[in-house]
Design a protein. Structure first.
Length: 107
């Protein structure tokens, strides 16, 4: 789980066992590797669940919030990669995210 400065919680599930690249309490930045996609837990193939919650102080009252990805690519039925912006992938889509290059200041 990642807590934003505004209090929202990003929840990532099914990461590959022993692949977490950050530690508890560490500040993370856009484009930073957090871990590898895996099939940990009750799953049959590598995938990633992402949820955005309004808070996690009381998990029983936490609300799942809608969100979009700023940019990603999806594999089309024509066998090509197509760029998508400000949206979410379709169910069952094959997607990839380009690694964001940090500038000289580390951001």
């Amino acid at each position: 789980m990642i807590k934003s400065d505004t209090g929202y919680i990003v929840f990532l599930a099914h990461l590959k066992n022993n692949s977490i690249a950050v530690r508890q309490g560490q500040r993370v930045a856009q484009g930073e590797r957090l871990g590898l996609v895996g099939n940990s837990g009750n799953s049959t193939a590598p995938h990633l669940h992402i949820n955005l919650f309004d808070q996690m102080e009381d998990p029983f009252t936490a609300k799942v919030l809608p969100f979009v990805f700023s940019i990603f690519q999806t594999f089309t039925s024509q066998g090509k990669w197509a760029s998508c912006t400000e949206s979410v992938p379709q169910v069952g889509a094959i997607v990839k995210f380009k690694r964001i290059q940090k500038n000289a200041s580390g951001r």
